[in-house]
Design a protein around this ligand. Structure first.
Ligand code: SF4
Ligand code: FES
Length: 290
């Protein structure tokens, strides 16, 4: 059985005896009462120090680990260390059962979106030196937790597929007569940002509307629909078909322009703007002149 990530109890359990008690300059600053700026810690200050991370743990299949908790790890800092590097170190050196997804390590595959210090971020794109310590690493909120930092992405993928995320062209010949489908530079520019999505799910996890309405398509799926709806190479009929999907009860009109999705997207996609533009398109489609 999986669980929603919810207010786990913190548990102090340092995994590296040699590292216990070692405090980084950032942690010392905190002890002295000074807040550490989220973006101003100089990486050189951390060299030779350890970084304190608190990692969410939950394993429904192991007795004694079914109660969510946090484990503490003190990881030797290296210049350029990312949040993903730190959990990989913790897994490789201290606890091989620590579970999370990752692959490319360069913000391309979208598999390591975590909730880090209260914000959705890609582990491999987030410098540990930029974060206040202890760095709190949790699974994405509003998703079922499968184990530790791994969440169930099925619902997210289902919503993505609802908008038919593939190019459709009624006129494309089905044989060897296929021709290159050219796109104008202007049109390419228009959909450029929307095509950067890596399906990480950070935006969906940050969205209050999606949290309260399980059927809401969500910002990523709507952005995916935008990419195709705004592509001049698709016909007007197909664009209308796409808008019909988007203007349904749980589509674009659910968005309340809170911008949380836009703020967390690691690829800087202007999601809220795209949703607003599709709302305008939907209105235009339904305007009638007598
Ligand atoms: S739109 Fe941005 S945050 Fe949402 S899934 Fe795509 S890359 Fe991730
Ligand atoms: S590991 Fe692929 S996006 Fe971070």
């Amino acid at each position: 059985m999986s669980t929603q990530q919810a207010e786990p109890e913190s548990q102090e359990a340092p995994k590296d005896p040699e590292m216990q008690g070692a405090e980084s300059p950032a942690a010392e600053k905190q002890k002295e009462g000074g807040m550490v700026d989220q973006t101003s810690t100089d990486a050189s200050e951390l060299e030779g120090e350890t970084v304190h991370i608190k990692v969410f743990r939950y394993d429904p299949e192991v007795e004694g680990k079914q109660e969510p908790r946090f484990d503490d790890f003190h990881v030797p800092f290296e210049k350029g260390m990312t949040v993903l590097d730190s959990v990989m170190y913790a897994r490789d050196e201290y606890d091989s059962s620590l579970t999370f997804r990752h692959s490319c390590r360069q913000a391309v595959c979208g598999s390591d979106a975590f909730f880090v210090n209260g914000k959705q971020r890609l582990g491999c794109k987030t410098q540990i030196a930029d974060l206040e310590q202890p760095v709190r690493i949790e699974p994405l909120p509003h998703q079922e937790v499968v184990k530790d930092l791994v969440v169930d992405m099925d619902h997210f993928y289902d919503q993505m597929h609802t908008v038919e995320p593939y190019f459709q062209d009624e006129d494309t010949p089905a044989t060897e007569d296929l021709e290159e489908q050219r796109q104008s530079p202007e049109n390419r520019e228009k959909i450029k940002m929307s095509s950067r999505c890596i399906w990480c799910g950070a935006c969906m996890s940050s969205c209050n509307i999606a949290a309260g309405d399980n059927e809401y398509l969500g910002p990523a799926a709507i952005n995916k629909a935008y990419k195709f709806a705004m592509d001049d190479r698709e016909s007007e009929e197909i664009k209308e078909h796409r808008l019909r999907i988007l203007e349904q009860e749980h589509g674009v009109w659910r968005c309340q322009t809170q911008f949380s999705c836009t703020e967390v997207c690691p690829k800087d996609i202007p999601l809220t703007e795209h949703i607003q533009e599709l709302k305008r398109e939907a209105v235009k489609k339904n305007l009638k002149f007598w």
